[in-house]
Design a protein around this ligand. Structure first.
Ligand code: ZN
Length: 661
């Protein structure tokens, strides 16, 4: 450690001496004085940068950031050479300002933070007079800030309804009709794309999984039972009754939890045949579903519920429902009143996220999407031109061209265009949250029944997202992502390197996932994949190597996206008589992926994720044609990645050069 610190001081002095020299003009760093363990230098071409990098990660691993990690990362940043370490060159100083931490710092993490901050600021200003989603948000926000709306008295109407239940029929109706009231505590409907899923036992408190397998005298079970009894007391049940009620509730929960989740698509009739005794007709009716509409239903648990309905007296069901509905309410009543608490609460409650998305989407500047669509169409043309000029058989060029031509960019904004005018906002927090849950359920049912208009987008407008659905040929991007990228540097080079590269990345997926290619076409694509794999296989960060096969799809989409975005940007600049700064383009593209993982976080990401981690994605630009000349790097043995597919007439050459691009 002493030796390493000495090296740091020596290098820091060097850094001070040369700090006025432009970094690209720096000579390669001199070998540091002797006295280090020779093993440290074995694999380094740039001893100081490499050493600093290793030390930074090692120290960060121990300390969780800070300490001499900062010093070493600073040195690495000073001596970074774009030709061998683009991530360090573009992001070294960013890393210095964002030391490793338990939650890995990343540029995307910063963007996410900024969106959350803007939502907090704007939501606090939401006006009831604005109408639509904004008025609903204003009313909900105000009710969440008001302590007077957080009383257990809000539970009285629900409790009265439960206490009035007097027959099994009434219990069944209560169970089913709780859903459209936004008071679901045992049954729930979720939506995946256009299909509905009936879940059983949702809404129970977290952390109870596995509880029911423990013996009844286990301290965890005893404590859970005490919590149930305490909650029942809060609803006004006398302590003595609450004790035995808690036992009943745990028994009932246990028998439901004992059944493994087992989903099967059923119409009403099919469900009735599969699990007799469950109130299927009442449920379909309460949801307003067509009897022929199929739901994925949790049949094993439904069977347990049917059995409980048959075996347990109405009084048991009344305490069970009392507890379950109170548990949902408790979560709402006990949530914080600060702005950040309210935002988190809305994110986590059914309907709350839909409201935020509707509101955020309606406020998005339409110019962001217009600009993105313009870029998308230009990139699509680059892809189509490359396909037309490629060495693929003619019929495959037609297939790919049609696939690309049919691909469209749409906004990802769940709940866009929803009519909130009839929403009964303005009450207390509990009423508002239940109304939101009911609104979201009806919205889902409209989509499940095919009554909803327009595109079905699943993700919220206020989350950062971009993705492609190969089946419907739509590339979806969220307004929040467009807003974040529009808020950075205005230069076109930066816009093309960030938003342009991401849109190009998605088109890369469209291309590589296209179906219906001929055998020769597929084998040419396979050759191209092998060439891309070879480039990715060259990438190292510290001692971590990228698994080229594992990340092929994503890294390939990155390379294609970068190549297309660079050429689209240059063509646009040429047409406008402007120059195009390639250096700025490549630095911005690397900056998009700025991240400062510890060595352990990096390894975990490498094992878990299909996307290359940030430090690797930042390096990918080095493989793209135009990089070497922009930074004055020595040409490498392999040809740089140029077009998204090998060109016609280059196949013979491609056999000689393994990286035809
Ligand atoms: Zn991707």
């Amino acid at each position: 450690m002493t030796a390493l610190l000495l090296a740091g001081q020596a290098a820091a002095t060097t850094a001070t001496r040369v700090q006025n020299v432009p970094r690209a003009a720096l000579p390669p760093p001199a070998m540091p004085p002797r006295g280090f363990h020779p093993g440290l230098f074995a694999s380094f071409t740039e001893p100081l940068a490499g050493l600093a990098n290793q030390e930074a990660l090692a120290v960060a691993e121990e300390s969780g950031g800070g300490g001499s990690a900062l010093l070493w990362q600073g040195i690495a940043a000073w001596f970074a050479d774009p030709c061998t370490g683009m991530d360090q060159y573009a992001n070294g100083f960013w890393k210095l300002q964002h030391p490793p931490a338990r939650e890995q710092p990343s540029h995307f993490g910063e963007l996410k933070q900024a969106v959350a901050q803007s939502i907090l600021a704007d939501a606090a200003q939401a006006s009831a007079a604005a109408g639509g989603a904004e008025a609903v948000l204003a009313a909900t926000w105000a009710s969440a800030q008001s302590p007077s709306g957080r009383q257990w008295s809000a539970f009285q109407p629900q409790l009265a309804a439960i206490l009035a239940l007097s027959s099994r029929d009434e219990v069944e109706r209560h169970l089913c009709e709780a859903l459209p009231r936004g008071q679901a505590a045992l049954l729930g409907v979720e939506r995946y794309f256009r299909r509905g899923v009936l879940v059983v036992a949702e809404g129970r408190g977290e952390g109870t999984t596995g509880l029911h397998a423990l013996p009844t005298a286990h301290p965890v079970v005893v404590s859970h039972r005490a919590q149930i009894a305490a909650l029942l007391s809060r609803t006004g049940m006398p302590a003595a009754g609450a004790e035995s009620a808690a036992r009943t509730i745990m028994e009932m929960e246990q028998s439901i939890a004992a059944a493994p989740a087992q989903l099967q698509s059923c119409t009403r009739e099919q469900a009735e045949r599969a699990v007799p005794g469950f109130p299927w007709a009442t449920l379909w009716q309460a949801l307003g579903l067509d009897p022929m509409t199929a739901l994925f239903a949790d049949l094993a648990r439904s069977r347990q519920v049917a059995q409980l309905l048959r075996d347990r007296p109405v009084e048991d069901w009344k305490v069970f429902l009392r507890y379950r509905e109170a548990a949902v309410l408790q979560r709402d009543l006990d949530s914080g009143t600060q702005s950040a608490d309210i935002l988190r609460m809305l994110e986590q409650r059914p309907g709350g996220r839909l409201l935020l998305s509707s509101w955020y989407g309606a406020r998005a500047d339409p110019r962001w999407f217009a600009a993105a669509t313009g870029m998308f169409d230009t990139l699509k043309q680059v892809f189509r031109d490359d396909v037309a000029a490629s060495a693929l058989p003619a019929e495959d060029r037609v297939v790919l061209d049609q696939t690309l031509a049919a691909t469209r960019l749409v906004l990802e904004q769940a709940g866009s265009g929803r009519d909130w005018t009839a929403f009964p906002a303005g009450g207390d927090l509990v009423t508002n949250l239940q109304s939101l849950a009911a609104f979201a359920l009806h919205d889902d049912l409209d989509i499940i029944e095919g009554r909803a208009q327009g595109e079905d987008t699943a993700l919220p407008a206020h989350h950062l997202s971009i993705g492609t659905n190969i089946i419907d040929g739509l590339v979806r991007v969220s307004p929040a992502l467009l807003a974040s990228l529009a808020g950075q540097a205005p230069q076109r080079e930066v816009q093309w390197a960030t938003l342009g590269m991401m849109l190009g990345h998605e088109l890369g997926h469209v291309l590589s996932d296209a179906i219906g290619l001929s055998d020769p076409g597929q084998s040419l694509m396979a050759q191209e994949d092998a060439a891309i794999r070879q480039r990715i296989g060259d990438l190292w960060s510290g001692t971590s190597h990228l698994d080229a096969t594992r990340v092929l799809e994503e890294a390939g989409a990155d390379l294609r996206g970068l190549s297309a975005a660079l050429r689209a940007g240059e063509t646009e600049a040429a047409a406008a008589g402007r120059s195009f700064d390639r250096k700025r383009f490549f630095v911005a593209a690397a900056g998009l992926h700025a991240a400062n993982p510890t060595a352990r976080q990096l390894r975990a990401q490498l094992e878990r994720e299909g996307h290359p981690p940030g430090p690797f994605r930042a390096e990918l630009g080095r493989s793209v044609k135009g990089f070497d000349t922009a930074f004055g790097c020595e040409p490498r043995p392999s040809e740089p990645f140029d077009h998204i597919l090998p060109r016609a007439g280059s196949t013979a050459a491609g056999a000689l050069h393994p990286n035809p691009g």
